[in-house]
Write a protein that binds this ligand. Structure first.
Ligand SMILES: [Fe+2]
Length: 316
């Protein structure tokens, strides 16, 4: 297998905590420099919602043990957001407790990690102990500090494929948040796709879904989704990526296992490690799990892997 990743695994693992890739400035233009796609596997891990309650930390440990035992031997992990069980509305000690739990678990995974932010990962945007929007730790500042993520949206190459981690969560003071790929990011993405060219296969990672059938089977077939369930400019995103070889968009947030194909792109919602927030399978039918993905040449295959978690009560 020929790797085209421009940073090494050693670069990514520092002090037991894996760090996200460096910025887009490391990427070459498309064309002669683009490596021929090879075969490799990775995992999409989303919505762990780690916390001390309900055995969640043990659940994450069990999920990561299942990942380490995979026959595919993933080269890295895409982390789909909501790594912690809400730091948006809680105080600093609780925030430190949850991020400490996450970093301890993540180090045991021993894989390079590439993150997208979740709405539960943003710090003190509201609640009883909010911080000001100009505080460096407000919102995504704390998430970046505790995960080592350099840029809130970013890209890297591996095995001839281009990966793009989006920031799908808008935040404001007062606890307000919404799903959106903001204007600054859309301009960056337009430039990145032009440089990527129409041949190189591309994979996106987002927390809040860009395309989903979620509302059809939860609210009713004629009910529109809100901006807390789906990004509000998904139509513009889909139009932007249409000319390019975008194979998949990995999504989280709704905790369901779902795949929708549209114009050659598969929008894959990757369930949740926590299921229904550690209270059982999501909607009673989507088990606690993660997704294993294999790229082979220009093709992509994926399977959802339940890791056998049994929900606990507070006292069990
Ligand atoms: Fe979540």
């Amino acid at each position: 297998m020929k790797k085209s990743c421009f940073i090494t695994r050693r670069d990514l693992i520092r002090g037991g905590v894996t760090l996200a890739a460096a910025g887009a400035t490391l990427l070459p233009e498309s064309g002669a420099d683009a490596a021929k796609p090879g075969k490799f596997s990775f995992v999409h891990i989303t919505d762990t919602h780690i916390q001390p309650e309900l055995g969640a930390a043990e659940g994450v440990k069990k999920a990561f043990e299942a990942i380490r035992a995979l026959k595919e031997k993933p080269a890295f992990a895409l982390i789909g957001g909501d790594i912690v069980m809400d730091v948006a509305l809680v105080d600093r000690p609780r925030t430190d407790l949850l991020y400490d739990l996450w970093n301890k678990s993540a180090a045991e995974l021993s894989l390079p990690l590439y993150y997208t932010v979740g709405n539960h990962d943003v710090y003190a945007i509201g609640g009883k102990t909010p911080v000001a929007a100009d505080d460096p730790e407000f919102g995504k500042g704390m998430w970046r500090k505790r995960t080592g993520v350099k840029n809130r949206y970013d890209t890297f190459d591996f095995g001839g494929w281009r990966f793009v981690m989006l920031d799908s969560v808008g935040v404001a003071e007062g606890g307000k948040w919404w799903g959106e790929i903001d204007a600054e990011q859309m301009r960056w993405l337009d430039d990145l796709l032009r440089k990527t060219g129409k041949q190189r296969p591309v994979i996106f990672l987002t927390h809040i879904p860009i395309l989903t059938l979620f509302g059809l089977y939860t609210e009713g077939t004629t009910q529109a989704l809100t901006e807390q369930t789906i990004v509000k400019n998904g139509k513009e995103f889909a139009e932007m990526i249409r000319p390019y070889n975008v194979k998949a968009v990995f999504q989280g947030h709704t905790h369901v296992v779902e795949a929708c194909d549209y114009l050659g792109t598969r929008y894959i919602t990757g369930g949740a490690v926590c299921g229904e927030w550690w209270k059982g399978p999501r909607l009673g039918v989507h088990p606690e799990g993660f997704t294993v993905v294999t790229a082979d040449g220009d093709a992509l295959s994926h399977r959802y892997v339940p890791y056998g978690w049994k929900a606990r009560t507070e006292k069990s």
